[in-house]
Design a binder for this molecule. Structure first.
Ligand code: GUN
Length: 280
């Protein structure tokens, strides 16, 4: 069965839209998200365009701040500080990747944790890893939301996360653990990945390699979530060989229309959350 991320995200965005309306009525001001983009990465342009469109749908004002790829890190940090101090800005994103001469975590950690809608700051990550209430990174947050919307049992299941990135793999593993799964994290140095992978009831794949995960890696009846967004000769595709794996998985996300729309909805939900935090 297909896990329809587009449909789940559409319902979620309608809930967010209602919350935004309620907050607008109480506080009589726009909720504003600042999106900083450095350079002209093609994928970033598409992501940012989709974020702006979805924000507008739910009634959040997204302002895009574009910078040339050769600005200094100091300049970007000053710009972030200005947004931190600006009371009319409630959420801040620096679209990743940033140019190579910049230090990614230092930039993220300059964003006020109260405005860190990506949940990537060291403080928010620490809160998540400590099991405290945190702003959750949008992709793993959206994946848990998707699994729950299909009433997929997580507790007690063998979950495997393939990929250990700071943005997806690591926070995903923690969220699955919070849901009482038995979690394994596999990565490029894992020995005999098919053997490890075939044990799992839930497999989340975030490795950035087109169609790498074939039926050889998947236990029949497993739930497969594909975070990949790659381009091959046939167009957009995930990290999973969807055509064949969909024949043996009990549930599987498509690419596009799976995880992507949920990431954006998660980000908007986080913007509402940070807004409320700032009003407390
Ligand atoms: N680049 C790819 N995914 C993301 C994301 O979720 N947030 C940011 N800021 N950059 C990204």
């Amino acid at each position: 069965m297909i896990l329809d991320g587009k449909d789940c995200a559409a319902k979620w965005k309608d809930e967010i839209k209602n919350k935004v309306l309620e907050l607008n009525n109480i506080y009589n001001e726009e909720i504003t998200l600042a999106i900083c983009v450095v350079g002209d990465n093609e994928a970033s342009k598409i992501y940012v365009r989709n974020k702006v469109k979805a924000a507008s749908y739910v009634g959040i004002t997204a302002k895009v701040y574009k910078y040339e790829s050769d600005i200094t890190e100091e300049y970007l940090l000053e710009e972030i500080e200005k947004l931190n101090k600006d009371a009319s800005v409630h959420g801040i994103i620096v679209q990743l990747p940033v140019p190579k001469h910049m230090h990614e975590q230092r930039i993220i950690d300059t964003i006020s944790p109260l405005k860190d809608v990506d949940g990537f700051s060291t403080l928010n990550k620490g809160m998540l890893f400590a099991g405290a209430e945190a702003i959750l990174p949008a992709t793993p947050y959206g994946i848990i939301k998707l699994l729950k919307s299909y009433n997929i049992e997580i507790s007690g299941k063998e979950a495997l996360v393939i990929g250990r990135s700071n943005i997806v793999g690591k926070p995903m593993a923690h969220l699955l653990l919070q849901e009482n799964a038995t979690v394994t994290v596999a990565h490029s140095k894992t020995k005999d990945l098919p053997l490890v992978s075939k044990r799992a009831d839930i497999v989340v794949v975030a490795i950035g390699r087109a169609k790498m995960i074939t039926t050889e890696y998947i236990k029949p009846g497993a739930v497969v979530v594909d975070v990949g967004m790659n381009r091959d000769s046939l167009g957009l595709c995930g990290d999973v060989d969807f055509k064949n794996v969909s024949n043996i998985a009990s549930y599987i996300t498509p690419v596009p229309g799976g995880v992507g729309p949920l990431t954006i909805a998660g980000l908007l939900e986080n913007t509402v959350k940070t807004y409320i935090l700032q009003k407390k």
